[in-house]
Design a protein around this ligand. Structure first.
Ligand code: TYD
Length: 140
């Protein structure tokens, strides 16, 4: 298992094609902007104010997290250091590497959290218990 730290997880600037009168378009495509091939896309929406999501780590999965609309906070934790990112620009993506715990909270009204994932859904790739996560990080 790779031991990625929160400092290996970075904000990526996406393409932003601007048109004065007609709005913007941002593009994410395999072999170009994304550091992995995208195998799954999902999105969180209608998250009530005050609620939090996430609270897990992945063993192998990499993700790009984008605030497609509105804003929310992502707090990453590698077992030693925590680092928070406020996501509020649809042309920025947070690259979350495997083995890093994430909590999402502070969702604005109408926020849409778009996630591009390197793998299809596999329940066994999740670590949902924080103590188990800390033990996992200590393993050789
Ligand atoms: P969960 O991962 O717990 O949401 P979050 O961590 O973002 O708060 O997922 C909620 C439910 O949706 C859970 O029953 C699993 C299911 N799910 C899928 O079936 N496929 C998926 O790709 C995802 C992300 C979740």
């Amino acid at each position: 298992m790779a031991r990625y730290s929160v400092y290996d997880c970075t904000m990526i600037e996406l393409d932003k094609h601007h048109s004065d009168r007609k709005g913007n378009i941002s593009v994410v495509q395999n072999g170009d902007t994304v550091p992995f091939d995208v195998r799954r896309v999902y999105y969180l929406y209608d998250v009530p104010g005050g609620e939090s999501r996430g609270s897990h780590a992945h063993k192998e999965l990499s993700q790009l997290i984008i605030a497609a609309s509105g804003s929310f906070r992502v707090t990453l934790d590698d077992g030693k250091v925590k680092r928070s990112f406020m996501l509020n620009r649809p042309y920025q993506a947070l690259y979350v590497k495997p083995g890093v715990w994430r909590d999402l909270d502070d969702f604005s009204s109408g926020a849409v959290c778009l996630v591009l994932a390197s793998e299809v859904y596999q329940a066994e790739d999740y670590i949902r218990d924080y103590d188990e996560f800390l033990n996992y990080r200590k393993q050789k």
